[in-house]
Design a binder for this molecule. Sequence first.
Ligand code: EPZ
Length: 460
Amino acid sequence: MSETQDKGLAADARSAGARVGLTSDQIIINGGRPLRGRIEVRGAKNLATKAMVAALLGQTTSVLRNVPNISDVRVVAGLLALHGVVISKGDDDEWILNPENVERAHMADIDAHAGSSRIPILFCGPLLHRLGEAFIPDLGGCRIGDRPIDFHLNALRKFGAQVAKLSNGISLTAPNGLKGANIELPYPSVGATEQVLLTAVLADGQTELRNAAIEPEIVDLICVLQKMGAIITMEPNRVIFIEGVKSLRGYNHRAIFDRNEVASWASAALATNGDIFVVGAKQEEMMTFLNIYRKVGGDFAIEDDGIRFWRGAKKLTPVVVETDVHPGFMTDWQQPLVVALTMAEGVSKIHETVYENRFGFTDALNKMGAKIEVYKDGLDDGTRRVKRREFEQAAVISGPTKLTGANIEVPDLRGGFSHLIAALTATGQSEVSNIGIISRGYENFIEKLKTLGADFIYEG
Ligand code: EPZ
């Protein structure tokens, strides 16, 4: 078929899409084409949103740069505005946050606005410091497990906060202010570590946090707080020591790049046999991913302004991966990588040790022709290096299999990007629904895919 006829059919399909009632939350991709080109990643979703909350702690205006244009950032901006923070946008990726008049917000407004975000839980410490009270609605976030907040609440109580459970959330007060505490986390939780940092910096006295998360985004948040005037020491063996200060000023900070987005684009290059240069990616924070990427058969070139990813080997090699806290293999990296593993010559295993329900996305891959078995209670087959946890799962991927286009629905953020990669890799057309979830964490992903040569029959 000629290029013109092809284009004509695609145009008909697009208009047909509009006719048969496809929604803006759906796309149709014609798969089987390698993704090639150059795209840019912005700041990390899992730092930018926390740095915005940290602005509440300052007496003066903060400026955050390299902020991704994603819905999670907009939700946090809305919540801050509800509490009186004056927010304006600078150049294309710069947010200006003026916290000089922080005020109480109505529970109903907070509840309505928080939506599916989990970030509201991090407002506790800053609002207790500024207002002496906080209301946090029941949290959303991807359905990848129970996602409790017990570590957060136990830490806040140790600082002297009083926590009351309400029908639609929790209400906190700190009648005697917040005092430094000795806290040991049962697990190096990213959120709970952020909770302690955002509370301890203005608490009265010293805080010692043990078994802390040390992800690059945590270190970048510590850099933000240090710029504000906080005194935070990272000690060996996951210990963080915070000396409370009387007040903090605003910061000017460029957010660290988004490691999860880089891993997603790298996996897309591997699965589609493409070649993608990701501007802004840096080696140090990606080392564990790069090792696995190379073992599967991917190749990469580290440049000063980014990393180039492509499929080096003719055949892909199966691997055994255990997700873990940093510097282990991030739990957010396994979903996009699994699509390439369906093409590997042999059996791969993913031991998911961080969340207890993070393989929901594999249903769609099996529907498209993959052979993936999920073991809800994990798989103790003697190949383990990471200590088994109470809640863990395993997926066994048998390859090589070919993916064929199908109608699939996005289950969660990272699983959603895995669905995109599967649709781009599969032979034939795939209709992907519920794609709005993907814009929570991936800036302008449709435009980026078009830049890389993706063939959209219908783009929502
Ligand atoms: C952050 O979630 C990230 N989200 C996640 O990214 C990421 O996967 C995760 O850290 C691990 O790196 C944000 O930063 C917004 P945890 P968080 O507290 O803080 C259990 C994405 O796609 N736990 O480290 O919620 C919890 O159930 C998202 O960008 C408790 O039991 O993760 C989980 O099993 C997905 N009690 C484990 O700890 C608590 O109070 C790790 O959770 C808190 C956590």
